[in-house]
Ligand binder design. Structure first.
Ligand code: ADP
Length: 326
């Protein structure tokens, strides 16, 4: 017996990296054991910050491929593209009538986005959290896995639900619970900032073993370790943090060898690359197999959209009834 329904959405950012994998995808895969999962590629959300649109379709397919190769099971989990279930836009419009404008413009995430791209402060950007709330409640979500940066948006969703249910005197919508994710922040190859594509400090899951090794070799280690003979400090080294995940059998040896300067950073990184590549080997094989049939990923997404639509239609009917739409 599953514990309820989980929903999570992620913007189609194309090929995923180790940060996405450890921070989100691994958790998506694990949640399938305990929950009915609904995982959505939120392409409409992506439009709010895009200047050019030609890569959107490709990025959607690449991300879906990564999810499938990492272990999302599409026969049980509903995996789909947001815009394939247009009921979400209708619910977004209705929920927007229950959302004070000032709340949206006061959100720190909105202010950050304005600061990032002052040339493109569009209407969709203001309504982003309302669309996110619509995503969550449309699928009668019980639980949303969140990192700390998203907590305010889920709280915001809960407020809209309370307002809606109170004002319509119905309980049409479910107030979702937050489930904090375990792996909050993977640093990039610079060892300083969160791994991400925009900083080009990322390591792609689908990269070849040679590309992965080349990227790992650029990783910044303990800055105090200038010479090969200097002892290192694993606790400040991002290579070591990744060893903790990818080298369970070597981690104790690396810890002591680094501290005593028994192993140098170059060899330490070579070992990390080898272990990451070994870990990702089954992922890459599965990815290549799915990608060999171009239609397969879209078939999965279309099937997911069909099953998502069935839930969405029911919720939307209840919502329309609650607000008296004829
Ligand atoms: P989105 O805007 O949809 O969150 P991102 O690509 O920024 O798109 O992130 C997708 C998911 O991967 C999110 O759950 C995010 O927290 C996680 N993630 C991305 N980068 C990292 C990272 N460096 N460390 C941990 N988690 C990450």
């Amino acid at each position: 017996m599953k514990k309820g329904r989980v929903f999570s959405g992620a913007r189609p950012t194309g090929r995923q990296h180790l940060g996405n994998y450890l921070g989100a995808i691994k958790n998506y895969v694990a949640l399938q054991d305990d929950y009915d999962c609904v995982y959505c590629i939120v392409d409409l959300h992506a439009l709010t910050t895009m200047d050019e649109f030609e890569d959107l379709r490709q990025n959607t397919a690449e991300m879906a491929l990564d999810w499938l190769a990492a272990g999302i099971r599409p026969a049980e989990t509903i995996m789909f593209v947001q815009s394939h279930v247009p009921q979400v836009t209708e619910l977004h419009t209705i929920l927007s009538m229950f959302t004070p404008l000032g709340k949206l413009t006061d959100l720190p995430t909105f202010k950050e986005k304005v600061a990032q791209s002052p040339h493109n402060v569009n209407y969709g950007l203001v309504g982003y959290p309302v669309l996110m709330a619509a995503d969550i409640v449309l699928y009668k979500t019980d639980v949303v896995p969140v990192g700390v940066d998203q907590a305010s948006h889920i709280e915001f969703t809960r407020e809209i639900v309370r307002t809606f249910n109170f004002r319509t005197k119905r309980q049409a919508l479910i107030e979702p619970q937050m489930k904090n994710t375990e792996y909050p922040k993977v640093l990039g190859t610079d060892g300083a900032q969160k791994m991400g594509k925009s900083l080009n400090n990322h390591i792609e899951l689908a990269a070849t073993p040679a590309e992965t090794q080349a990227k790992v070799m650029t990783m910044v280690t303990d800055p105090q370790r200038q010479r090969r003979t200097d002892p290192g400090r694993p606790e400040v080294c991002n290579v070591f943090s990744l060893h903790k995940t990818f080298s369970p059998n070597d981690v104790a040896m690396i810890d002591s060898q680094c501290r005593s300067a028994g192993i140098g950073c170059v060899d330490c990184k070579k070992l990390l690359a080898k272990n990451i590549n070994a870990h990702l080997e089954p992922f890459r094989a599965k990815r290549a197999e799915i990608a060999s049939d171009h239609q397969q990923v879209w078939n999965v997404l279309r099937d997911g959209a069909k099953r998502a639509t069935a839930i969405a239609e029911r919720t939307l009917a209840e919502v329309k009834d609650a607000v008296g739409l004829p």
